[in-house]
Design a protein around this ligand. Structure first.
Ligand SMILES: Cc1cc2nc3c(=O)[nH]c(=O)nc-3n(C[C@H](O)[C@H](O)[C@H](O)COP(=O)(O)OP(=O)(O)OC[C@H]3O[C@@H](n4cnc5c(N)ncnc54)[C@H](O)[C@@H]3O)c2cc1C
Ligand SMILES: N[C@@H](Cc1c[nH]c2cc(Cl)ccc12)C(=O)O
Length: 536
């Protein structure tokens, strides 16, 4: 690291454009570049520098539904980017074997209804129609079981109350945290490296400079602001703002500026993964419209169906399994289809930087923080961070308050998601080996322990979940609590006295609607087979 005089400050100088250097060209780097280009156009001067030698993580293939706002912000339609990224639809996360072998339940993109002021989950505890909470309360669970597409063959979206807007270049754009609309009924699976390539094209066409080189040094001024990053072959790159997208290395924020990392490892012990890209014959194998998370002896395996391949990997705790054991478990799970495919072993840094924005450096992506990908939160964290970056984008150097507000919002999102993930483990009924037994006695955040005591008597609602915005609505907690089945939950006493007819009618309405949709909608295979036939 080198020290020298004051960092060049073009902020607040109307004659000069603001210079932003983004270090790192993974999903975080290119999502940031394209979003900032879409937000500020040529009012800022953007450079992305990425190493040819240091690879990207190369996984990260399932999203939240809110990523729709990201593409809309870039004014990209599904038809623009989905085929280029081998993308498919995701209606839910499917959890297999978390309760007991052979059991599955869904966390769908569908709001939980309520009747007479009580959530349907509460009514279901009082009057379970079947033993499947998810199928009784959400139509999406039936669509996932039947492997349906959310669109009809003519492209029309199923009716779940969400109305697609026509693609309009001048329409106002919304951000995730402020979006109060109807639940978007699906998210996506895609190949992360293809999205990064697609966004590279998007960004460079809009004037973003792309440098392929290694950053070898970081220059600081006497106040600790970054003056420049030094590259091996392209000299020094100076800027007003530096975005650290260097992945788990966190080269600028943690290494150069020394910002400490707050580990979540004590509550979330899964710190390793092994991944495989398995070829898939779409004409013969089902394209499930959901991400599957199958519980295993020391963690869980993700299965993500994409056009022409399946992304799969085992997330496990290094304290309970060696990498060799983990690879064997994964290969046994996948079977012969992966015989010739090399495995990618990844060590994960679980937790968050104490602050993600320090001086003139903001970390986005794995450098800012990460939790295991059980609920596909990685890209959501990036998207949320970029939106907040734009919201608090500096006009000068002394914006300490802006940085503080940004840091609070990032910390809340990550700490909230940490609670949500902990619930999956402490709430899973399975306790058949040491790994799963320990999930019941391991430390969890104090506030979550208190919430669980409440949820035993009153299902999660806005009053009792993590109180700051963190992307997950109360119904998501209901899905995990009632689906994973390890925590005994009671219905509200008032429901013993209430007239249940409207609730029973609502369960019946859901069943009828689900049956009708399963009849009408094509499978996801049929839908994408037709799409491909149309484009070839
Ligand atoms: C096992 C696993 C599964 C995941 N699954 C999901 C999922 O299903 N859904 C989801 O949303 N997210 C998921 N994620 C998270 C997701 O992969 C990441 O959030 C996303 O890829 C962002 O990574 P990144 O861009 O921050 O870092 P990386 O992909 O690591 O990119 C780092 C970049 O920095 C560059 N770099 C590093 N050092 C230097 C240097 N000295 N000079 C120049 N350049 C440098 C590298 O060249 C690279 O371009 C998963 C993550 C893991 C580990
Ligand atoms: N706002 C997020 C949160 C969310 C709501 N339902 C789900 C379901 C799953 Cl599987 C993940 C995330 C979510 C969103 O709508 O994407």
């Amino acid at each position: 690291m080198t020290a020298r005089g004051a960092a060049g400050d073009h902020f607040g100088d109307p004659g000069k454009s603001r210079r932003v250097v983004i270090v790192g060209g993974g999903t975080a780097g290119w999502m940031t570049a394209s979003y900032l280009a879409a937000a500020f156009g040529d009012r800022i001067d953007l450079t992305v520098v990425e190493s040819a030698h240091i690879g990207t993580v190369g996984v990260g293939e399932a999203t939240f539904s809110d990523i729709r706002h990201f593409f809309e912000f870039l004014r990209l339609a599904e038809s623009d980017w989905m085929p280029a990224c081998n993308a498919t639809y995701k209606l839910a996360v499917r959890f297999e074997n978390w309760r007991e072998p052979g059991h599955h339940f869904y966390h769908p993109f569908e709001q939980l209804g309520s009747v007479d002021g009580f959530p349907l989950s509460d009514w279901w505890l009082r009057h379970p129609a079947t033993n499947r909470f998810d199928k009784d309360c959400f139509v999406m669970a039936s669509l996932c079981d039947a492997e349906r597409s959310p669109r009809y063959l003519d492209g029309t979206l199923l009716d779940q109350g969400f109305v697609e807007q026509d693609h309009d270049e001048s329409a106002a754009r919304s951000t995730i945290a402020e979006y109060q609309g109807v639940q978007i009924p699906y998210a996506y699976h895609f190949e992360a490296h293809l999205l990064a390539t697609y966004l590279t094209g998007y960004s460079t066409r809009r004037g973003v400079r792309h440098i392929v080189d290694n950053v070898v040094d970081v220059g600081l001024d006497e106040d600790g602001f970054i003056t420049h990053v030094a590259t091996a072959e392209h000299g020094e790159l100076s800027a007003d703002l530096f975005v650290d997208c260097t992945g788990f290395r966190a080269l600028l924020l943690n290494k150069a500026l020394g910002e400490p990392f707050v580990s979540y490892q004590d509550t979330l012990p899964n710190d390793s993964a092994v991944a495989l890209q398995v070829p898939l014959d779409m004409d013969r194998e089902p394209l499930r419209p959901c991400t599957t998370a199958t519980a295993q002896e020391a963690g869980w395996i993700w299965t993500i169906p994409l056009i022409s391949r399946i992304g799969t990997g085992y997330v496990y705790a290094g304290d309970y399994s060696t990498p060799e054991q983990a690879e064997r478990v994964l290969r046994d799970f996948v079977g012969p289809a992966a015989a010739d495919v090399p495995a990618n072993h990844i060590k994960m840094r679980i937790g968050r930087s104490r602050r993600s924005w320090v001086k003139n450096c903001v970390a986005v992506g794995l450098s800012s923080g990460f939790v295991e990908p059980l609920e596909s939160t990685g890209i959501f964290f990036i998207h949320h961070a970029i939106e907040q970056m734009v919201k608090y984008f500096p006009s000068g150097r002394g914006d300490e308050l802006q940085r503080e507000l940004y840091n609070r919002s990032i910390a809340h999102v990550m700490d909230g998601v940490r609670e949500f993930l902990c619930l999956h483990y402490v709430g899973a009924r399975r306790a058949d080996n040491q790994y799963w037994k320990d999930t019941k006695t391991r430390k969890i955040p104090d506030a979550l322990a208190e919430r669980i005591e409440i949820w035993k008597h009153k299902v999660p609602d806005t009053e009792s979940v993590y109180p700051y915005y963190h992307g997950l609505p109360p119904y998501s907690y209901n899905c995990i609590l009632l689906g994973a089945g390890g925590i005994e939950v009671r219905h509200s006493p008032a429901l013993d006295l209430a007239d249940e007819r409207a609730a029973l009618a609502e369960f019946q309405r859901i069943r009828i609607k689900a049956d009708k949709l399963v009849q009408e909608l094509p499978t996801q295979n049929e839908y994408f087979a037709q799409m491909r036939a149309d484009t070839h």
